[in-house]
Design a protein around this ligand. Structure first.
Ligand code: GSH
Length: 230
């Protein structure tokens, strides 16, 4: 592959959805370029190609792909062997649970961005409830057993962030879910997951949460709890 034909992933440095695609590219040993943008100040060229104004966007062969799950399916099809289970029913179920992973990412994001303790507790409850049905789906050590799959790439970014915040706050976001806990720990220790985030991710992520304010300069709930932890 020549340098000019490398796929280009448009990214924001803390984005979990981008991380899903970076993990997939790394698992498949695909050479790629990462272009970072500031989501608070989206460049015109990005708005001109991104229908939803969201990252990740993959530029490939002069075309534009968006939506992390779709990008990952494309990367999977074009870079065999597939990271999906071969059985169509199992594959379909994996895709459905990838969708649940997107939902859980949003639940954890809402929890972390909460303005007040009340809001935080309500999002925390939704997050923990959202894990309930997943617990019985995991074969371990990965979702489908011994083999790393696309669904593992989709869920790993949730655990990258949750485990950092758990450790910083002394929280437990996986109470009574031993299989999810073991799955999370397996995923965050994997090379492709470790290498899918920027250097110093932990501190940058905690600093981002610490600096979160609302109504001008009121610290968000976790910003208050995390004060001084980085
Ligand atoms: N469903 C999308 C979600 C992507 C997403 O929400 N990206 C965030 C950053 S992590 C974004 O670009 N937000 C910008 C905005 O909403 O204006 C995917 O899976 O790719």
């Amino acid at each position: 592959m020549t340098a000019a034909s490398k796929p280009e992933l448009i990214s924001f440095d803390l984005c979990p959805f981008v991380q899903r695609s970076v993990i997939t590219l790394l698992e498949k040993n695909v050479e790629f370029d990462l272009t970072y943008i500031d989501l608070a100040n989206k460049p015109d060229w990005f708005l001109a190609i991104s229908p939803l104004g969201k990252v990740p966007v993959l530029r490939e062969k002069g075309e534009v792909l968006f939506e992390s799950a779709v990008i990952n399916e494309y990367l999977d099809e074009t870079n065999p062997p597939s990271l999906h289970p071969a059985d169509p029913l199992k594959k379909a179920k994996n895709r459905a649970w990838i969708e649940v992973g997107g939902n859980q990412l949003m639940n954890s994001f809402r929890m972390m961005m909460s303005q007040t303790e009340e809001e935080y507790n309500s999002h925390r409850e939704a997050l923990i409830k959202g894990f309930k049905l997943v617990e019985d789906q995991i074969e371990g050590p990965f979702f489908n057993g011994e083999t790393f799959s696309l669904i593992d790439a989709a869920w790993a970014p949730i655990f990258t962030r949750l485990l950092i915040v758990e450790e910083a706050l002394g929280e437990d976001y996986l109470p009574g879910y031993p299989k999810i806990r073991a799955w999370a720990e397996t995923l965050v220790a994997r090379d492709s997951v470790i290498n899918s985030v920027i250097d110093g991710f932990r501190d940058k992520f905690l600093t981002y949460l610490q600096n979160k304010t609302y109504n001008g300069d009121t610290p968000a709930y976790l910003a208050g709890r995390l004060a001084g932890s980085v």
